[in-house]
Design a protein around this ligand. Structure first.
Ligand SMILES: CC(C)(COP(=O)(O)OP(=O)(O)OC[C@H]1O[C@@H](n2cnc3c(N)ncnc32)[C@H](O)[C@@H]1OP(=O)(O)O)[C@@H](O)C(=O)NCCC(=O)NCCS
Length: 301
């Protein structure tokens, strides 16, 4: 375990190489410009600096604490902006602490960089969903990516976490699978990621032997193979053995399938104009009065 090193927030926000660091963290140029403007503004606002510093200290204390957990305590009592820009700055200034943890675990530099680039990726998703700059998903980023439990291995991300056993009688360490938005989910890329996952965690976290590969996603709805036969989504769904109670995934289908924030309950279906096979399929399910599901599954090897 490395000793947490507090971030020098002022120095990090004023860093002369901030543009290069944002590029390395996966930010698109437009979002990077917004981050730099927000960082410059915060340097002149003592209240914002205090908020960022408090969050940064709490984030650093959680790096390497496994299993990962909800980041609510990081933000408790802080005066955060609705767009999540102050949390984004706290994540930015603490990225070196996460990178240091990766290095201490012997994680290759390219894997560490690809993992941390999720920060820029999340602002890209935010822009897609909200049409503006921000980081509404800062809670997930802080809880999972910044914990040091999650790694991007090629097309997919995996994190080391505790999940209930398939028979529901206990808990065990698993690799949980996450699918970043991006190019088509080809079988070859997916296979390569799964092939890399177990050896990677066995090498870098040998004290937590895992009992299986897990996923909890709207992409595991069992109707996908029938609804979109021959598609990448169908092939991905068929890799999993579903278990447990079927969880409703309408909000996730809205967010990931229609790039819409908010709840399904508050969404007027008439405002959704489907432009892809997935959207047509999901909408047909909803129009039939059924729910989209987001079950849990274990990888079939
Ligand atoms: C995972 C992902 C890359 C799969 O995309 P893909 O490989 O193109 O999927 P498929 O080839 O099976 O797509 C089949 C059809 O559904 C469409 N589709 C797939 N994913 C879509 C999405 N997220 N939103 C809208 N349409 C989508 C495709 O455009 C295609 O439509 P078409 O038949 O009209 O051409 C894509 O869904 C994605 O980026 N999702 C966001 C991330 C996510 O949901 N992660 C899981 C969080 S729990």
């Amino acid at each position: 375990m490395t000793t947490p090193v507090r971030a020098d927030v002022r120095a990090a926000l004023a860093a002369p190489d901030l543009a290069r660091r944002l590029d390395a963290l996966g930010f698109d140029p437009g979002d990077a410009t917004e981050v730099r403007a927000a960082a410059a503004a915060a340097l002149d606002r003592p209240d914002e600096l205090t908020t960022i510093t408090t969050a940064a200290d709490r984030l650093v204390d959680r790096v390497g604490v496994l299993p990962p957990s909800d980041s609510g305590p990081v933000w408790a009592g802080l005066d955060l902006d609705a767009d999540g820009v102050l949390p984004l700055l706290a994540l930015l200034v603490t990225a070196p602490s996460v990178a240091a943890f990766h290095a201490a675990r012997g994680v290759p530099a390219d894997v560490s960089a690809a993992t941390l680039a999720d920060l820029g990726q999340q602002t890209r998703v935010h822009r897609l969903v909200h049409g503006s700059f921000g980081l509404a998903t800062y809670g997930w980023e802080a809880g999972w990516v910044w914990s040091g439990a999650l790694y991007r291995l090629g097309r997919l991300q995996f994190d080391l976490e505790r999940q209930r056993t398939v028979d529901g009688t206990g808990e065990e360490w698993v690799l949980s699978t996450h699918i970043p938005r991006g190019d088509g989910l080809t079988a070859a890329d997916v296979e390569a990621s799964f092939a890399a996952a177990l050896p990677f965690f066995a090498a870098h976290f040998p004290e937590h032997p895992v009992q299986g590969v897990h996923c909890h996603s709207w992409m595991l709805d069992p109707r996908l193979p029938e609804l979109l036969p021959g598609s990448n989504l169908a092939a991905f769904q068929q890799r999993w053995r579903i278990y447990g109670e079927p969880a409703v995934g309408d909000d996730d289908a809205l967010f990931f399938g229609f790039a819409r924030a908010g709840t399904f309950a508050a969404t007027d279906l008439a405002t959704l104009t489907p432009t892809s096979g997935l959207q047509r399929a999901v909408l047909a399910v909803w129009r039939a009065g059924e729910h989209w599901h987001a079950p849990e599954g274990r990888l079939v090897r």
